[in-house]
Design a protein around this ligand. Structure first.
Ligand SMILES: Nc1nc2c(ncn2[C@@H]2O[C@H](COP(=O)(O)OP(=O)(O)O)[C@@H](O)[C@H]2O)c(=O)[nH]1
Ligand SMILES: [Mg+2]
Length: 341
């Protein structure tokens, strides 16, 4: 073996291992550069990077779980990014370390982004106590969610006290974010008689707080009216969290009004649910659901990527469409083909 090959092998064997150690140490030391590098590994779909990312995560697992996880959703333009900048600054001023992650499902589906430039939250990103990471843009929605969850864990290992996940309330992603966070906040805007009607009851029922943003200038009275209407609606809905009553609030992210009061509410939520045990119950349930959903994804993927199944599936599909066979019979036959290999 030539020297250079030997060196390559050495680096492959020890260098990679060394770099996982280095990343681990860097993250535990709150080195933002190392944290960013580790997130890139987690986000990579390349075999070796993916594997190293997973090894690192396993090593860091004992250091995760200690943050307060907050999800924020709302239609594009509701002011989520502006809100997170104000809210994040407020938290940093109180001495907390804050990580912000964004999920933008549009970038996955269409290649374009509806979170837009503000996703970068430049002002907050410059704060030494904040870490802002935009959405991973490659892969399936399921993949993006795995990456976000794992990125959240890395941020926790790096000692961030509060992790905020921003997502656009236009589809399935808010449901998945709800399953990752302790507190879920829905940002809404006024002038929306129609919007109130159209707003999916389902999304409201996921929220621990509804916040009417842009309650400033001439919009204040209308914002208060919207808050009252929302509170009436909330009266008839199931709360998202056992023992907690979801209420509507107003704020101005732009003028920094009502942000402090909202943080008080979130702290009250944390104290109450920790006392009642609902907080840790939810965390456990989330971990369990996460495990099963990953397992299901994996099993489904193996089944549909199986070469014999790929070959046989169209024929069986046709046979049920032709009413030659029942679906039950077709399913059984496909399972037999899969199991017999
Ligand atoms: N008047 C007012 N405008 C706001 C407020 N919050 C956000 N905006 C504006 O609303 C627009 C959309 O805000 P952005 O944070 O990008 O919304 P996102 O799409 O939900 O992230 C921007 O032009 C903001 O300046 C607010 O509290 N008051
Ligand atoms: Mg935004």
């Amino acid at each position: 073996m030539s020297d250079s090959n030997r060196r390559k092998r050495f680096v492959k064997r020890n260098g990679e291992k060394g770099s996982i150690e280095e990343l681990k140490r860097g993250i535990l030391d709150n080195d933002r550069g190392q944290l960013a590098k580790a997130i890139t590994l987690i986000e990579s779909n390349k075999g070796q990077h993916y594997e190293n990312g997973q090894k690192l995560l396993q090593e860091l697992l004992p250091f995760t779980g200690n943050s307060l996880r907050i999800g924020i959703t709302g239609v594009p333009g509701a002011g989520k990014s502006t809100f997170i900048e104000s809210f994040g600054e407020h938290l940093c001023n109180l001495g907390y370390r804050v990580a912000v992650l964004a999920i933008d499902p549009s970038s996955t589906v269409s290649g374009g982004s509806i979170l837009g430039d503000k996703t970068r939250m430049e002002k907050l990103a410059r704060n030494p106590n904040a870490f802002v990471r935009p959405s991973p843009t490659a892969g399936t929605l399921g993949g993006v969610h795995r990456k976000t969850k794992e990125t959240m864990l890395l941020c926790e290992a790096a000692g961030y006290d509060i992790v905020i996940i921003e997502t656009v309330g236009v589809g399935q992603s808010e449901v998945v974010v709800r399953e990752m966070v302790d507190f879920f906040l829905l940002l809404v805007i006024t002038g929306a008689g129609d919007e109130l009607q159209g707003m999916k009851k389902g999304i409201i029922e996921l929220a621990d707080a509804l916040v009417v943003n842009k309650a400033d200038g001439e919009n204040q009275a209308l914002a208060k009216k919207t808050r009252r209407e929302l509170n009436q609606i909330l009266h008839f809905l199931q709360p998202a969290t056992k023992g907690w009553s979801t209420r509507a609030y107003t704020c101005s992210a732009l003028e920094n009004i009502g942000i402090d009061k909202l943080w008080d509410t979130i702290q009250r939520f944390e104290a109450d649910t920790k006392k009642s045990g609902v907080f840790s119950e939810r965390r456990m349930q989330q971990t369990q659901e996460w495990f099963y959903s990953m397992l299901k994804d994996r099993v489904l993927n193996e089944f549909f990527q199986n070469s014999a199944i790929k070959k046989e599936l169209p024929r069986w599909e046709e046979s049920i469409l032709n009413e030659e066979y029942t679906s039950t019979k077709a399913v059984e036959s496909l399972m037999k083909i899969y199991n017999d290999q």
